[in-house]
Design a protein around this ligand. Sequence first.
Ligand code: G6P
Length: 608
Amino acid sequence: MCGIVAYAGHKPSQRILVEGIKRLEYRGYDSAGLAVIQDGKLALQRAAGRISSLEEILDETTAGGTVGIAHTRWATHGAPTTSNAHPHLDDTGRIALVHNGIIENYAALKTWLQSQGKHFSSQTDSEVLVNLISFLYHGNLVDAVQKALKEVEGTYGIAVISSHHPDTIVAARKGSPLLVGVGENEHIVASDAAAIVEHTTQAVYLEDGEMVVITPDAFRTLTLDNITVDKELENIEFSLQQIELGGYDHFMLKEIFEQPTSLENTLRGRIDLQAGRAILGGLENVKEQLAQVKRIIIIACGTAWHAGLVGEFLLEELARIPTEVEYASEFRYRNPIIEPGTVVIAISQSGETADTLAALSEAKDRGALALGVVNVVGSTIAREADAGIYLHCGPEIGVASTKAFTSQLAVLTLLAIYLGRRRSLDQDQAQRLLQSLTEMPARIKNVLCLSDQIRKVAESCLGCDNWLFLGRGYNYPLALEGALKLKEISYIHAEGLPAAEMKHGPIALINKGMPTVFIASSGSQYEKVISNIEEVRARGGMVLAVATENDTRIQRHAEAVFTIPDVPEPLSPLLVAVPLQLLAYHCAVGRGCAVDKPRNLAKSVTVE
Ligand code: G6P
């Protein structure tokens, strides 16, 4: 959510900053801007809309400076206009700031600053912070930033420059990630490693409450109390190639097609087929506590929450541990009951989702063992958790989560087997599941061949504005995920439901030609799903089905059938996900939607 890049070096910074925020555009894309120190003065250029709109107006004003800050925005306070775009200047025009997060007490601070004679030209909370820094500035920028941040309630990742200190950038974080790329005679601060890897793979990750001061030739990490913190240089794990389109039209399509590989990476080294065991090194230091677990609560948001719902089925069936799944945003505010033996698992692709992070902290404070199932290495949730399992599926850029979802399912399967084998799951059953898991990348490759068939079906449904997705058991969460994918990128209204619930209300929606996607893969509830299909057909609905190869009956019940290989029921969601992702993708492309940057959404939601 919002992207920050700040550069201090000896090269002209304009291009570096723009290229940097372009790599972060998936985090926010309603307005963008940059400020550089040029000829001893602050020069600012901003534009509403995509970064391409900013590029169109960029000129000599900011072309020469070698120290600068830039931002791509996802609006929280104030509409996405040019005047609300970042960077924001203080009212003297000598200090500029970019900010991710929310200043919760901005209204009180603003009133007070106005009473002290400060003037404002935007509706943002961020402009309040830069004016507070300016008010507290008496010749020492670091000191002013420290004092200002002590007055602030809320979250921030910020970078500040001032024409008083032309070669310096001050950056700080609390609740919004920042890292510092350390290059040769250049330093880059960014909210995401994607903006840094082109320049250097050596980085320092800031913790909450830490700041960094960079110049072209040096950097110093410190606390708000001005105490120097010695930090280790870390290696950024992903390459430039991973975050580029590589011939695909969209990141979402690239990431859908990457799933055989991303899944292989998730599973690598984690399966001991002979023993019928899952190897999860990230849980080693809590294995004694895990042996005592009595109850599991999964917390997550969005697509990760859907993975959690599948996890509930897996953990209850394979490990026989009572499991609940909660929206992180609800869990944190409802006085949850955590008893001894409760494990809380936060699932998050980014590892930065504010609600999930806060829910995890709440659970820890109440004494739960906190585990993370996270993709981004070193992210806040990964560091906050007592132990965890990384997805290792590579950077996910498309706003609609795809490959992270299938990797989350795979990790939850491994976890259920890991815990189950320490309880009642027998070796044979575990071996069968693990064997099938190892075959999953190849099976997904087969399912990807459906893309053309699905495109044609999608094109024939482009005029339909309401869809239903129905599934049962393990695939009920997949119905929710299929509907979410469709609505978030194509803006078609879609609902996902457990198939049997349809007759308790939603069946009233069904009319002639309304697409209803049934997940009818083989399994314990197949016959019941067929009955539900007939209920829809009897009312004129158009049935599209995801079914298992060699199912000869289903053709008679559906207008189109997307076939997937037959696998053990607990693993079927891994395959079912793929046609649903492709269906949403082709509908969105057919309707001319911005697939990777759907309106109003952001990849990583770091505000409440
Ligand atoms: C946002 C994204 C979703 C994602 C959710 C949780 O809403 O648009 O695609 O599922 O956040 O993100 P996380 O990074 O915690 O998995």
